[in-house]
Design a protein around this ligand. Structure first.
Ligand code: CR1
Length: 811
């Protein structure tokens, strides 16, 4: 049911001017975009605050079951436009700004991205927050209030330079509210022993523990035009007053503040590892403590907490949750083990986001028991009981041994999440299959009922209505407005994909988006790109498995094609990259350097001209994605089959009319199923072919290098001086590809990639055919709405009921 705020432009102007005057005490015409942004944000806060209060009241009055989504990352990007859109007042506010003679775009750009995340995993968590509110489910987030997000990337001499991302800066987070009354204490370190508590019971006694205060800051999550406001709770650390004497210097206090200073502190040292473990426990413990407290306020029995509470473990970072929940139930509330375990396993569920083993966290038992002594005792007990129970059931011993939590001096966090919960899901069909048959196969053999798939999704509203407003108006023109409220109505576009006038409209829309991006490229890099060229885009974290290097190899091939035959017929292309490399990931950084030097070579060669351009846009982030993605003709999704769990940018490109260049990996497969084989360009090995190589060890990269002359020349280009200023990086790449046998099979997929790219060029020249493909992608993208994904989580994992349409009346 649609519920928009009733707000006239005049009323908005009055509200805004009043807030502005109270806050900024200057004249409107003197105000900077930042001052205007702050005043606008505060005006919006006044609009949603009553809804927020009412939401909380009605949830507790109805004793609604709540799901809590625990995640070390949330990547919402900018909130201003989303909040306006979801309140249903985006157009009103834009109109108000126009009447006031103010530049809305400048004001929206003054908001710093809320960048408490890394890539897809964090963006997905933020998408789920939006979709939970939009579908009306009671789903709250739980994370950390970092002052610095993932680093800010600058490119200097072609190299990645990492600067702190001071997103919080001097303005703080305008959307948040501090909730002092919900603060709790969290304990680290020290010694724990069990003392007699009478009645045959034991209780833990702590000595020398460090006690820190966790204070929550709540960030409202507005549903789309439904008056619902859910909550994203971010925890910050403080020193409790009674312990102040332990921290006599500023340096002492800073060490504590580090816990919520930065996302993913460097963990190559023991100190760094300790800090990360403390972050993870801090947010998990604080979150769970307040959840139990607020449950108990309802006066219901603690043993039945699973009837009102679900806790979701997003990747392994919050995977200490089952053990911490046991600790709270047993130590703090005196529950018996069996009742506590029954409640815990019914409350907890876990999502795995990758089969790459480095992302499945393991802690040495030494570090873990030092930082979290009591939780470690509980984990050992869980592990022992697990072994005993599986033994009693006659389970296969080797499997049980492989799945236990404490093994070879390490605590396996994914194992704790699986054993301590009732549900494990992957994030696309192929990924879930791989979990079952490979990564988690022993768990699957022992407890198949826990496994299920939940294919990722995106907040289509952000990627169309906010990032692509002109595209959205064009969709309105051809199929009406219904799709804005019900994304499945987008399917009506299928009827016009071959209509020449519609094709022409959608072509023009893409050209406009390309122009917008071309201007940005020229402004930020000085490179002029022609919008007549194919815009071919690969934006995502830089990782060897994502194979940005395969894309580079194809560009080198094109470079030689033009150099060999400058007069030849060539379909112009602009290759656009955006990617951050993890600060400690040397090889990924070398690839960035090579891309930038290759770009210099190509962009400055007059013989190449507009036929080929290469652009690396620095500091890829959500707000930049909003500019880039709608401007793409080709979406590069070329990971080695089996390695990309799902991908989500692939869905955003699809929805805004790019054609996917895809391997059969992650959600690409499901995209193909939606658009049909002929509207996507597939190439490369299948997952089974990849696994065949693993099993037979028959892959020989050097043989391919020696026998394929095109490949030979392309690979030599990395080391023969053609690309200046990257000798050492070039040889690292050469070694990875040839000497060390090409871990991600780029050489094997090269020719099929080149052929697929040639197909793209030919298709693009046939505008009717191309627009058919492009529009088929838009028309059939509704499957990937995160609203539907979250409905599946809510119904199948968390067992939430949909709150009856309440009185969530907007202001
Ligand atoms: C996966 O690599 C997926 C997102 C969200 C990433 C990507 O394919 O779309 O998760 N995994 O599910 C990840 O970051 C640490 O693991």
């Amino acid at each position: 049911m649609e519920q928009t705020m009733e707000l006239t432009t005049d009323q908005f102007i009055r509200d805004f001017e009043q807030t502005f005057n109270e806050q900024q005490q200057t004249l409107l015409q003197n105000a900077t975009p930042t001052e205007l942004f702050l005043a606008l944000a505060h005006t919006i806060r006044q609009y949603y605050t009553p809804m927020w209060l009412e939401r909380n009241e009605s949830l507790s009055a109805r004793q609604e079951k709540i799901a809590y989504y625990f995640s070390i990352e949330f990547l919402p990007g900018r909130m201003l436009e989303t909040n306006l859109l979801n309140l249903g007042i985006l157009d009103t506010v834009k109109e108000g700004f126009t009447q006031l003679g103010l530049d809305f775009t400048a004001v929206k750009n003054a908001e710093h991205d809320m960048a408490l995340g890394n890539g897809g995993l964090g963006r997905l968590a933020a998408a789920f927050m939006d979709s939970l509110a939009t579908t009306g489910y009671a789903g709250f987030g739980n994370g950390l209030r970092y002052k610095y997000g993932l680093f800010k990337q600058r490119i200097v001499d072609g190299y990645q330079v990492e600067l702190p991302d001071a997103w919080f800066g001097s303005l703080g987070n305008v959307w948040e509210t501090r909730k002092d009354h919900d603060a709790v204490n969290v304990r680290f370190f020290g010694n724990v022993y069990m003392a007699d508590a009478g009645e045959g019971k034991l209780k833990p006694v702590y000595s020398n523990a460090q006690v820190l205060r966790a204070v929550p800051y709540d960030v409202p999550q507005l549903g789309y035009k439904n008056g619902v406001v859910n909550n994203l709770r971010l925890w910050d650390v403080e020193i409790p007053e009674e312990y102040e004497l332990n921290y006599p210097t500023i340096a002492d206090r800073r060490r504590v503040e580090d816990i919520t200073a930065v996302l993913y502190p460097d963990d190559s040292t023991e100190e760094g590892k300790k800090l990360r473990l403390m972050q993870e426990y801090f947010m998990t413990s604080a979150g769970l403590q307040t959840i139990v407290k607020s449950y108990l306020k309802m006066g219901l029995p603690l043993e039945k907490i699973y009837e009102k509470v679900s806790v979701h473990i997003n990747d392994t970072h919050p995977a200490v949750a089952p053990a911490e929940f046991m600790r709270i139930l047993i130590d703090d509330y005196g529950m018996e083990w069996d009742a506590a375990w029954n409640a815990t396993t019914k409350v907890m569920s876990y999502t795995n986001h990758t089969i790459l083993s480095e992302a499945l966290e393991k802690w040495s038992t030494g570090l873990f028991s030092f930082v979290l002594p009591r939780v470690f005792q509980i984990i050992v007990e869980i592990d022992n009981r697990y072994m005993a129970q599986m033994g009693a059931q006659g389970a296969d011993y080797a499997r049980v041994e492989n799945t236990r939590i404490v093994r070879n001096g390490q605590v396996h966090m994914a194992h704790l999440a699986i054993i301590g919960g009732h549900s494990v899901n992957g994030v696309a069909q192929i990924h879930t299959e791989l979990l079952k048959e490979d990564t988690l196969r022993d768990f699957y053999a022992l407890t198949p009922e826990k496994f299920n798939n939940k294919t990722n999704g995106i907040v289509q509203r952000r990627w169309t209505q906010i990032a692509a407003p002109v595209l959205s108006q064009t969709i309105d023109k051809w199929i009406g407005f219904e799709w804005r409220n019900d994304i499945h109505a987008l399917r009506a576009l299928n009827d016009v994909v071959d209509n020449p006038r519609a094709q022409n409209d959608f072509w023009e829309v893409k050209q406009l988006a390309k122009k917008r991006l071309a201007d940005y490229i020229e402004e930020t890099t000085g490179v002029h790109v022609s919008t007549d060229a194919i815009f071919d885009v690969q934006v995502k974290r830089l990782h060897a498995y994502k194979r940005q290097l395969l894309n580079v190899m194809h560009i080198i091939k094109l470079y030689w094609d033009i150099k060999d035959n400058p007069e030849g017929d060539f379909t112009p292309r602009v290759f656009i990259f955006g990617a951050k490399a993890a600060p400690g990931y040397h090889f990924a950084k070398s690839i960035i350097k090579v891309i930038n030097e290759l770009a210099n070579l190509i962009n400055n060669d007059p013989e190449i001209g507009d036929k080929l351009k290469v652009v690396f846009l620095e500091n890829y982030r959500v707000s930049l994605a909003e500019l880039i993605i709608p401007a793409a003709n080709v979406s590069e999704q070329i990971s080695l089959a089996s390695k990309e769990a799902s991908g989500t940018s692939n869905m955003k490109f699809m929805m805004t009319g790019a054609v996917t260049m895809a391997t059969l990996d992650g959600a690409n497969i499901e995209i193909r199923d939606e658009v049909g084989e002929e509207n996507i360009v597939i190439f490369g090995m299948t997952k089974d072919e990849v696994y065949h190589h693993y099993e037979t060890h028959d892959y020989n990269a050097r043989y391919l290098y020696d026998t394929d002359p095109v490949l030979h020349r392309v690979i030599n280009t990395f080391v023969d001086g053609t690309i200046p200023r990257c000798q050492s990086e070039g040889s690292e790449i050469f070694d990875a590809l040839v000497t060390y046998n090409d871990e991600y099979f780029l050489l094997e997929d090269f020719q099929s990639y080149v052929a697929a790219q040639a197909r793209v060029s030919a298709l693009y020249r046939d505008r009717e055919r191309w627009m058919h493909m492009s529009m088929m992608n838009i028309a059939n993208s509704d499957k990937f709405t995160s609203d539907d994904t979250i409905r599946q989580y809510a119904e199948e994992i968390w067992h939430l009921s949909l709150p009856h349409a309440g009185r969530h009346r907007a202001a």
